[in-house]
Write a protein of this length. Sequence first.
Length: 738
Amino acid sequence: MLRSACLLLALALGCSSSPPGTTSGPPAEHPNNASAPPVVDDLPEVQADPREELLSRLTAMLLSEKHLVRRKIDDALSKETFPKYIEQLDGAKLLLLKPHVDALSAYSDRMDDQLREGDLTLARKGAALVARRRTEVARMVADILAKPFDFNTAEEVETDPKKLAFCKTEDELRERWRRNLKLQALERIQEMEDAASGKDKADKSKDKKPDDKALGPIPPTFEGREEKARKDLATRYEARFVRLAKPEALEPAEQFLNAIAAAYDPHTAYLAPAAKEDFDIAVSGKLEGIGALLRERDHDIVVEELVPGGAAWQQGKLEAGDVILAVAQHNKDPVDVLDMPIGKVVSMIRGPKNTVVTLTVRKADKRVETVAITRDVVHVEAAYARAAILSLGPKRETGYIQLPGFYGEMSRGGRAAPGDRNATDDVRALLEGFQKKRIPSVIIDLRGNGGGLLSHARDISGLFIERGPIVQTRDSDGKREVLRDADPSLSFSGDVVVLVDRFSASAAEILAAALQDYERALIVGTGPTHGKGTVQAVVELDRLVQAPGAPALGVFKLTMQQYYRVNGQSTQARGVMPDIILPDPASYVESGERTLFKPVPWSSIEPVQHARQPHAWAKPELAAASRTRVKANGTFSKVEAFAKLAKQRRAETREPLERKAWLAKRKRDKDAIDGVDPKLKDLKPLFTVEIVSDRSAPAVVDKRIQSKLDAWKDELARDPWLEEALNVLGDMSKKRPQ
């Protein structure tokens, strides 16, 4: 079956059945096959998943023959990959010792061989080693937390694992854990101190024992709080270690394959079936289930929130705070979920529309109930476009669209069937609504938009121009393709500002770049965007293999093309530079494609002909006027000071563990932050906001949904970046022929 499956894949991709640099015969014997250190060879391996061999060979084919970077799978790649694999096993450096890493490194130049052979020995030994170490470290943590901490000793802890080496001995590791746990105990004690003092102020007239929903009853003495902090931490870590002891069957292979994939670029990855399901939800903005957000709390799985409009929300019996004890499918016995990884619980609760799942839950008053819920399609509203009309004074109305991502149904090439929501249709409807109301300008907010489906970036760009090229792509063979807007209709003809930040990426950059190159919009933002200029194809491994009844394989997200602006420049690693730059509240965050491991290099190709759109405004004048306003804006001054201070704080990764020193540092840090905190939530509204009803919204909005809309409205009204975008549009309108 394996050989035929590989041949099917080769035929489907139009490639040979063996990766470049290999033969179709038996793999060559590695010269070091007999010399692995005993500490690893003596370690029992976890059981290999039957899918491991097939997944390995498929991965080797896809990476070597179809990836944008035609890189050979060899010893050099293996040695480069090995540190990423160790990082996946123990990035915090709190499990493995240096001798363990040294022992595993005997396989550091064999990962390529194991991938081609379909025998991931390193993955199985690494998983077994981590499993054994978790058991040993769990005992160590429990023992440390059984004894009181001494907070009078002058000592420090390094909180950035990148600045640490792996411990050489068990004693050294124990000391690292002791200091980390001591810091966590300090922080938890202070949470209790803060909660108790707050309660004391609020309940001065009441003889009430301090209590906090998240912390539970708070002891009255420091010694009692110290003991409670240790017990709380012990419970949390015990639950965590128990959950980690039950990994998914494909987890060892997934870690190995993704370490290899990381050597090609940051966006190529194998997604096991469970991860693939989450990926589909992120792209489509919908799932089939009950509509409940879950979280882990010690040994329990707790309902954090109900999705408004979801099946559980409509049924009304499941509540936030309920603890899920068991899950039963229709006509089947319930399965106990105590200490089960949250991903497994979620996968059990999700299921096809119109099927029933029964939850056994413990209510806040300790009552145990069974709740049967009929699954339905749950729309994740936060993933969809939302709109408002913003007014900065009389007769200065501006349309506003917040677009979190470029969503749609992947199974139809990004084109939604009737009833399915997609980014293009949603944005088109909102723009046409603004056009009918004769609103003269619009802001497209792409801040935090991580991308999505390429076809929707093209189609939404086309809503602002009559027709023309939007983006170019080039693959590893040099084959170029131009994606064009062929629809001559316009959805909006007024002035446009596109708002971006450092987290706007991929498809968001395509839209911003196209409108900038056509000079159809002014790009306003806090600096260059993320810089993800590559295109990924999602390869459905199960469809390629075509083995009915076989266990699911998942998908491979593979970088196959680089995209380019119509001016020939790539956004890869450099991003889109705004025409007007505003203060960046997140400048202290290390982000962007250029900061990632092995990004694809920047490049350029020939531009394609495109017609710049006529307009009366001039970028230099608009930018100068904006700089003057920003300089005089006290809030922006504080934003810049806050970001500068946060950057300094980020570099300070050592924390004192003597309580007086820790409290003194905490106070200094708090005073410094308070001095420059722009306190955006405390600003008076900067403009008025009128929410535009979604085209799929019910006529009568439930009060729970309305409260979320009101919170969003309030957040918009206090956004100084939006205010400046409105001012820029005001300047643009002065140049518009009247």
